[in-house]
Design a binder for this molecule. Structure first.
Ligand code: HEM
Length: 359
């Protein structure tokens, strides 16, 4: 298929860090070419200028302020599982939380959250063995773009306290953003933030259920949870790769990656490189690591990393507080079929009531 793959930690790290050699401007997936819809397909300085317009909404402090709201929403979703002892925890919980949070940030009315979540899912779906998006994906993308078109028009007329209204007022090099630029942001935040965080929550539940010893430790000492989430991100990275294009010939391990070739920077493999991590396939919530590449690295480092970490921590804390005894039905697990997102599409879970269960 005419692309190179870098899979060692050091090479993948270098690839994300060196945008001058590995450009994003020719697309960041295997199927697309150029035609930037948003900053993720740009290089500095254009990417940085656009990113600066939204980065204030995603600082650690601003995200930390969202914790009470996220905890409340998590509580509501878990209350709805009252009396439900067995369910697909992705459908009933993990898929709903991230989508509600990002839609709220964008000022989207509650009644439209579910529709947008389902459309995003359809956009990312790929049939196995082909890079071409299926018609349902193209169709869903058109519908989301139409939806955001009218959403932006509404916010231009009636600005409120949300990110889209802020973008309508934001200036880039002395001019207001046009509709296409705002739409690019909406699309990027919705598609980048939903499925990935959903997978992170589900993967962490799965890993803790598979390692009851470590789960017990996390429940007894919730300060271990952030470490468990980082280990989950490393071991089952929701985004398995991003793509770049070389701007010059690069020599790697005796091969020449010719100028203009697509290069897959394989996060999933880098995060399990045994040159970097000892016993890389082992889940260890106390693992000491300086970094992993699940959120990328460098100029495009995931804008929503703090938000994803907060959502998953709150989700797991609340589940452990309310329903600490759960196990999974491995035979019912279904995997997602998407381009670069890996993880489960269905995770059947069974909760066993305990004296401390709060639901
Ligand atoms: C576990 C959850 C998440 C994972 C694994 C993840 C992964 C990534 C990765 C690997 C990149 C780098 C892309 C590249 O180098 O080309 C990235 C960028 C980005 N992510 Fe995330 N992400 C997650 C959650 C989120 C959330 C919750 C949001 C927002 C609400 C978000 C918004 C973005 C944006 C806007 C970018 C592009 C930044 C730029 O181009 O400067 N992500 N993400």
């Amino acid at each position: 298929m005419d692309f190179w793959v870098l899979s060692r930690f050091d090479d993948v790290f270098e690839g994300y860090g060196d945008w001058k050699t590995y450009t994003s401007t020719n697309g960041i997936s295997l199927s697309e070419v150029g035609d930037a819809l948003s900053m993720i397909q740009m290089d500095p300085p254009q990417q940085v200028a656009l990113r600066n317009l939204v980065s204030r909404a995603f600082t650690l402090r601003r995200i930390a302020e969202m914790e009470p709201r996220i905890r409340h929403l998590t509580g509501e979703l878990l209350e709805a599982l009252h009396d439900v002892r067995e369910c697909d925890i992705i459908e009933r919980f993990a898929a709903l939380l991230p989508s509600n949070v990002i839609c709220t940030m964008l000022g989207i009315p509650v009644e439209d959250h579910e529709q947008l979540r389902l459309l995003t899912e359809q956009i990312l779906h790929r049939d196995p063995g082909t890079l071409t998006p299926p018609a349902t994906s193209v169709d869903a993308a058109t519908r989301v773009i139409e939806y955001f078109g009218s959403h932006v028009a509404t916010k231009r007329k009636q600005p409120e306290n949300d990110l889209v209204s802020a973008l309508c007022a934001a200036e880039l090099e002395g001019r207001l953003l046009d509709d296409a630029e705002i739409l690019g942001f909406c699309f990027l935040l919705l598609s980048g933030g939903n499925e990935t965080t959903e997978k992170l929550i589900a993967n962490t539940l799965y890993l803790l259920a598979r390692h009851p010893d470590q789960r017990r430790q996390v429940i007894e000492d919730p300060s271990l949870l952030p470490g468990a989430i980082e280990e989950s991100l490393r071991l089952i990275s929701p985004t398995q790769y991003m793509v770049r294009t070389t701007t010059r010939d690069v020599e790697k391990h005796g091969c020449i990656l010719e100028k203009g070739k697509k290069v897959v920077l394989l996060i999933g493999a880098a995060n399990r490189d045994d040159r970097k991590y000892s016993e890389p396939d082992r889940f260890d919530i106390r693992r000491e690591m300086d970094r992993h590449l699940a959120f990328g690295y460098g100029t495009h480092f995931c804008l929503g990393a703090s938000l994803a970490r907060l959502e998953s921590r709150v989700a797991l804390e609340e589940i452990h507080l309310r329903l600490p005894a759960y196990d999974i039905d491995e035979s019912g697990i279904e995997m997602v079929h998407a381009g670069n997102v890996a993880g489960m599409a269905r995770l059947p879970i069974r909760f066993t009531p305990t004296p401390s269960s709060r639901i």
